[in-house]
Design a protein around this ligand. Structure first.
Ligand code: PGA
Length: 250
């Protein structure tokens, strides 16, 4: 089964307004034969303009976070309904920075998934183990629990709107990427878990991205794994040339 590849850029809390608009134009104006999906995840405050600039370009726009609540007195929060109403298509849920720095538990992430899918946004759901877990060799149990507690209650229909991103926490922003073998092994494991819960057909359709220090010089090797369907790129997505060369390496 051939799955459409995805290269997604998670810009995190980076770039001034003018830098962000330039990067959006650079990615948009770069024409290629890439028949997969390209998604950019700028800061909330640039999303409206990103949607307008990327209209009909084939490049999709996502948000990095949303509230677990539907609406109401939650000062400073941004709802899934708001994102959807301005034409945002994707949402990242479960990034390790949200889990670690903002205390988002599997339970909270499950609520965010529900609210996002209701609106309807497509979700890039991140999972991945910290270094001590990798060193103890229990990464599969750890990732299983993340999937079970946040994703496994979804209906088949909802699961079709979810892309999984495996991002080993020790590889994020560290310059220390997983080896292609480590990535492929975990991706195959995740696909196996999906098959157990949702059936083989769903597992074969689900896109599983790798994230964590993915760069132009290691992307091709990482993406060669049979179960690696593209990447969620942090640092290297902030430079148009690097991001484009990662897309080209798929
Ligand atoms: P990185 O980040 O590519 O800078 O390691 C990846 C991510 O956090 O999504």
């Amino acid at each position: 089964m051939s799955r459409k590849k995805i290269i997604a850029g998670n810009w995190k809390m980076n770039l001034s307004h003018s830098e962000a608009m330039q990067l959006i134009r650079d990615v948009r104006d770069w024409k290629s034969g890439f028949d997969g999906e390209v998604i950019v995840f700028p800061s909330f405050i640039y999303l409206t303009e990103a949607v307008a600039l990327l209209k009909d370009s084939g490049v999709k726009v996502g948000a990095q976070n949303c509230s677990a609540k539907e609406s109401g007195a939650f000062t400073g929060e941004v709802s899934a309904a708001m994102l959807s109403s301005i034409g945002v298509e994707y949402l990242i849920i479960g990034h390790s920075e949200r889990r670690e720095l903002f205390g988002e538990t599997n339970e909270v992430l499950k609520e965010k998934l529900k609210v996002a899918l209701r609106h309807p946004l497509k979700v890039v759901f991140c999972c991945g183990e910290p270094l001590d877990i990798r060193q103890a060799g229990t990464q599969e149990e750890y990732v299983s629990k993340q999937l079970e507690e946040s994703l496994f209650a979804l209906s088949d229909e909802d699961m079709l709107q979810v892309v999984i991103a495996y991002e080993p926490v020790w590889a994020i922003g560290s310059g220390l990427n997983a080896t292609p073998e480590q990535a492929q092994q975990m991706h195959a494991f995740i696909r196996g878990k999906m098959a157990e819960q949702f059936g083989k057909a769903m597992a074969l359709q689900t896109r599983i991205l790798y994230g964590g220090s993915c760069k132009p010089d290691n992307a091709a090797a990482l993406f060669r794994g049979a179960d690696v369907d593209g990447g969620l790129i942090g640092g290297a997505s902030l430079k148009a040339n690097d991001f484009i060369s990662i897309i080209q390496s798929v």
